[in-house]
Design a protein around this ligand. Sequence first.
Ligand code: P1T
Length: 397
Amino acid sequence: MKNAKGFTTKSIHHAQQADEKTGAVVPMLSLATTYKQDGINEPRGGFEYSRAQNPTRQQLEAVLAGLENAAYCNAFSSGLAALAGVMSLFEPGDHIVAGHDLYGGTVRYFNQVMSKYGLTFSYIDTTDVALVEAAITPKTKLIYLESPTNPMLSLTDIEAVARLAKQKNIKVAVDNTFMSPYLQNPLNLGADIVLHSSTKYLGGHSDIVGGAVMTQDKATFDKLFFNQKAVGAVPAPFDCWLLMRSVKTLSLRMERHCENAMAVAEFLDASRTGDAVEKVYYPGLASHPQHELAGRQAKGFGGIVTIDLGSRASVAEFIKHLEIFTFAESLGCVESLACYPWEMTHAAVPVEQRRKLGLTEGVVRLSIGIEEKEDLIAELEHAISFVAAKTASVSAS
Ligand code: P1T
């Protein structure tokens, strides 16, 4: 696209021009698993077999690369498959410095799968760049970050970490799922690799499981392409097609997610909820320890608000009174969700590590959807009033 400057223009038009032959304004869906070849080693247009190359997937990859200002993208069948692709870039004996607050499935993959193949991991509080530097060894090949983290929403200065990594010849990979490419572009901040669970904001409608990796480096792209072909964790063409449709509204959805999440966080942080909400974590609140960095590093504060209700019993009471919020895993969709990380998304994280982060039995992660914020706040106020009443009756008895 020659003239695409704005993100939304890009998300609608980049790599999604009308079809040459028919003029169709929506991308073609190419379901073929195999392609006629003109002779031995003479594939037409580079297509041989759909696990390796598929026209709809290739188009999606071009669309997603554009959104992260990347030269290359490889699409995978899930966020974890994308992570597995990135990990295939490393060799036994390599050491990885990882953030200490990461999606539980990522920690499970590192500790229970990759560690069997000789990779070692140090989990570090990457909000402090000095701690990152201190954790680097001669074997360190990668610094792996989420910013904001899942679920405690702490931020790392990606630019500062990338600067440090360049000096030491180490790669930086950032899981940008929580921000989406609309709010934050880690490659522009100096990261080498960006990952997404496209199951979340990119898809946005709770109907696609997918993942993507973006990079400026052809050698990295080629290795990930080899992984797609050799391992086969590729998305189905229809999911690729749905994702192209979804990203056209990404900017609108993100604006609304951010507006609603800010309103919800401010409500929860205010005294109207009494003592029932012990802590509110949201980068948009002035009290958040990396509030200033959040404003500098990204275009918005995101759609996730994490709260601590103090105990498992309070969480159980809270979720009993939710109707608009669905009690479920996942995040980043149009519908609001409430999740209990302790026994759901982060159950695989060692208990000691969880406690260090403040990820307690009372933590609830709210994925704020695009419903009317007044409805969301009214529902939260209602549910929290039951938590407060129950806590008061327990302490009176
Ligand atoms: O679910 P999948 O598409 O495989 O993506 C894994 C993943 C990777 N990175 C982050 C930051 C994630 O949050 C996830 C998935 N997370 C959830 C399912 C969840 O509820 O937190």
